[in-house]
Design a binder for this molecule. Structure first.
Ligand SMILES: NC(=O)c1ccc[n+]([C@@H]2O[C@H](COP(=O)([O-])OP(=O)(O)OC[C@H]3O[C@@H](n4cnc5c(N)ncnc54)[C@H](OP(=O)(O)O)[C@@H]3O)[C@@H](O)[C@H]2O)c1
Length: 313
């Protein structure tokens, strides 16, 4: 990839896509092709084929997806499968047909088996059953990953994938029901602080352990892999560090400035006790995360306050 290479970032207004654009520009890649959802609905095969035939991007990052937390996933299984499956197939297929030199597909650690040994290595993919609440999303994402591998094997393409842990950062989705845990906590504590509430109730008992990666660190790895990695097996993207949901909740409350009580509703489910990625593969390539969680949450909260439109999603 050189500074004149034509690069398409699908989903460039999303949290991951916008971070990849920032990172590419920071590294001097300025020949970017970008289309909003309104300009190009990636579920429309003919429109995607026309776009690729006209623009012929040499490098493609697939960061467009229908993404959501547990509630959104569970309530729209069919939509999560259809949208993700068709979008990624359209992009990957057209990229191959128009001679794309390299493509990078965004997976997600939530598509690893529900009971995978912890910390999860790249080779645990498809070794046992999926988490039922996001099975539709996982099946679609696994298909995208596998389609990249099959194209490499059948046609010699150089299509790779990356498997991020839970992400957070600027441009996140703060929808009250459709967001992930960290942006949801930011919103709830901000609203509780603003309304002067005495208590905030959280689900479960706070014991599950989770890992969080600042999205700019992921973007750094994504561009690094596009420049340096080829292979059929995916690459985990995480910090290798975990924090309990209780500690995370207290940290977010502290950063947001909420001073009331936090109550744990133990009648609600906890979810998987532990979810951590083994990041030794990326580490062996010389990559490591840079942003500590408290610093990343401070930057994310600042972005939340400065971008009310995004916060309203
Ligand atoms: N967020 C996480 O914690 C996390 C963790 C691991 C992996 N990932 C992966 O990272 C990727 C990006 O996630 P994200 O968090 O950046 O999601 P996001 O903020 O919701 O961004 C997704 C982007 O895709 C676009 N998009 C959705 N449907 C489209 C369509 N039919 N046509 C064109 N564009 C469409 C969205 O545009 P509109 O908003 O205009 O619809 C948005 O810009 C996903 O593959 C996800 O699995 C995310």
């Amino acid at each position: 990839m050189n500074h004149d290479s034509k690069i398409y970032v699908a989903g460039h207004r999303g949290m991951v896509g916008s971070a990849i654009v920032r990172e590419l520009q920071r590294r001097g890649y300025n020949n970017l092709v970008l289309r909003t959802h309104g300009e190009l609905d990636l579920r429309r095969q003919e429109a995607v084929e026309r776009f690729f035939a006209t623009e012929r991007p040499e490098y493609v990052f697939v960061a467009a997806a229908k993404v959501g937390g547990i509630v959104a996933n569970q309530s729209a299984l069919a939509d999560f499968m259809y949208d993700n499956m068709i979008m990624e197939m359209n992009i990957i297929h057209s990229a191959w047909q128009t001679g794309c030199r390299k493509l990078e597909f965004l997976g997600s650690s939530c598509i690893y088996p529900r009971l995978a040994p912890q910390p999860m290595k790249e080779d645990c993919l498809l070794t046992s059953s999926l988490e039922p609440t996001n099975e539709a999303y996982a099946l679609a994402k696994i298909s995208g990953l596998k389609y990249c591998e099959y194209l490499n094997r059948q046609y010699g393409t150089d299509f790779i994938s990356v498997m991020p842990t839970n992400l957070y950062g600027p441009n996140d989705n703060y929808h009250p029901e459709h967001s992930h845990v960290l942006p949801a906590l930011i919103r709830r504590f901000h609203e509780a602080k603003t309304a002067g509430l005495d208590t905030v109730t959280c689900w479960g008992d706070g014991t599950p352990l989770r890992e969080f990666l600042y999205v700019d660190d992921l973007a750094d790895l994504c561009v690094f892999l596009m420049e340096n990695y080829s292979g059929n097996e995916t690459v985990n993207a995480g910090t290798g560090k975990e924090i309990s949901i209780r500690e995370l909740t207290e940290l977010v409350a502290h950063i947001v400035g909420y001073t009331g009580a936090i109550v744990w509703d133990t009648t609600r489910p906890n979810g998987t006790p532990r979810k951590l990625l083994d990041v030794s593969k990326a580490t062996a390539m010389g990559w490591t995360y840079k942003t500590e969680l408290a610093d990343g949450i401070k930057m994310t909260y600042k972005d939340f306050l400065e971008n009310p439109t995004r916060a309203e999603r």
